[in-house]
Write a protein that binds this ligand. Structure first.
Ligand code: AMP
Ligand code: GLY
Length: 435
């Protein structure tokens, strides 16, 4: 063991309950440092691997108390809500190292207007936009722009606060719903109207520690609920990695024009950012353009990115938290491809049922190199595995080719039995068609 490994923390808390957190827990448990890992609140799958504590991800005092009681040496925060509530700030005040930004950094995700202002000020490529808190000026502005046009609630809306409107009527309805309606609550009190960008999207996940950063393997999400990118936006229905549309030349351009300027802009704004900066990028004919920042790992991007990492995740995140990121050196990435297919509850992203019984294949019946990450799962009173959220499972497969990875993931999806299961049939199809 190197000296940096010997100094790795021995006890960790992972905060969250989704497929992303299951993938984080798996990767951290596998560290050569063999840390003790706990999770809050976790889900039924995570509970099979580590001890879970029933403390909600937005219960900041409860989580801080858990960390103190369990003498946790390092906290890795999955979702955005505890970050925007200041969980990382509270822990740092207590000298407890944490991977995840403070509330100031989390604002880069929690307020799209705040982020757009930083992007425009620092001349980072992004779509032109205007900000509104009243209906009439917003509608007047809409009429001056061309279609399609994008209407976005300012605040956190779990990926559902964005409408790409094809008609003026649709755009006006979105404006009225966000500014006058109840659907978005405080998140919709202000909105942005943004020009539509055209192209393919890619998710660039960056481990950031102040001015230092490391770009993780590329991936592509499938945000719409339906095959062929149809229907409403979701949190993400499936991913693959690497996203080969991001060639090495294009990645170098993204680094130079977007990643490096973003990291420096955030630092220049006085934000000491430690955590994942997840940059949603549209690859337009004119070049890469920022759609959004998130300030956490992506879900389900994490479920394809982490299984491809050969570098110890614990060493990487710990180095970021300790301000020693350059000591990690270049990332080691496994050859081959990863595909994750999300199994959702039918009805998601609108209303869906909970409590449906899930029967999983035995681990030794799964295709090779295939993992079922749990997201919205729980145990019912009878101890049966049941659905407990919109996105229920994430089935990730690794393989030497993208096609084989997709075939493995889909074979496993077909083995999962659940009356209300729904999944897209075309995850990774775009890259498969291209190659
Ligand atoms: P966001 O929550 O900002 O990531 O937006 C959710 C999704 O809406 C993105 O992943 C895109 O598919 C779409 N979207 C957001 N902004 C734009 C834009 N300016 N042009 C086209 N599509 C967009
Ligand atoms: N998969 C998109 C997100 O995590 O926001």
């Amino acid at each position: 063991m190197s000296s940096s490994q010997t100094s790795l923390p021995r006890s960790l808390l992972v905060v969250g309950s989704g497929g992303r957190e299951h993938a984080l827990v798996r990767a951290l448990v596998a560290s050569p440092a063999a840390p003790r890992v706990i999770c809050a609140p976790g889900n039924a799958g995570i509970a099979e691997e580590v001890t879970c504590f029933p403390i909600a991800a937005d219960d900041v005092p409860g989580l801080v108390a858990l960390v103190q009681r369990e003498q946790i040496a390092f906290v890795v925060v999955g979702p955005e809500v505890p970050l925007s509530l200041g969980l990382a700030d509270r822990l740092r005040e207590l000298n407890i190292p944490v991977y995840g930004p403070g509330a100031d950094g989390a604002r880069l995700e929690a307020s799209k207007i705040f982020t757009k202002q930083i992007l425009l000020k620092h001349r980072i490529p992004t779509a032109p936009a205007a900000f509104f808190s009243a209906i009439e000026p917003a509608i007047t502005y809409l009429r001056t722009r061309s279609l399609p046009i994008v209407v976005k609630a300012d605040g956190l809306a779990a990926g559902k606060g964005v409408v790409v409107a094809q008609s003026l009527e649709e755009a006006e309805a979105a404006v009225r719903e966000m500014l006058a309606g109840e659907k978005f609550g405080a998140a919709g009190r202000q909105l942005l109207i943004e020009d539509c960008l055209f192209g393919e999207e890619t998710s660039i996940l960056v481990v950031v520690s102040g001015h230092d950063y490391v770009i993780l393997p590329t991936s592509q999400d499938h945000k719409r609920i339906g095959d062929g990118d149809t229907g409403p936006n979701t949190g993400g229905m499936g991913t693959y990695s690497p996203a080969e549309v991001v060639t090495p030349e294009l990645l170098a351009r993204i680094d130079q024009e977007i990643v490096r300027p973003s990291v420096h802009a955030i630092a220049a704004e006085g934000i000491a950012f430690c955590g994942t900066l997840f940059i949603g990028i549209m690859l337009t004919p004119a070049g890469p353009s920022v759609i959004e920042y998130n300030t956490r790992f992506g879900d389900p991007e994490t479920q394809v990115v982490l299984p491809r990492l050969a570098t110890d995740l614990l060493a990487l995140l710990w180095a970021a938290a300790c301000g020693r990121l350059p000591a990690v050196g270049p990332l080691a990435v496994k050859p081959g491809y990863a595909v994750c297919v999300v199994i959702a509850a039918r009805g998601y992203p609108d209303a869906y049922a909970k409590g449906d019984i899930i029967t999983l294949p035995a681990p030794d019946a799964l295709p090779p190199a295939t993992t079922i990450y749990h997201a919205g799962t729980a145990k019912n009173a009878a101890g049966q595995l049941v659905t407990n959220g919109g996105r229920v499972l994430g089935v990730t497969a690794l393989a030497p080719t993208l096609r084989a990875a997709a075939e493995r993931a889909y074979a496993a999806c077909d083995q999962v039995r659940c009356a209300t299961k729904y999944f897209r049939r075309d995850i990774a199809a775009r890259q498969l068609t291209r190659s």
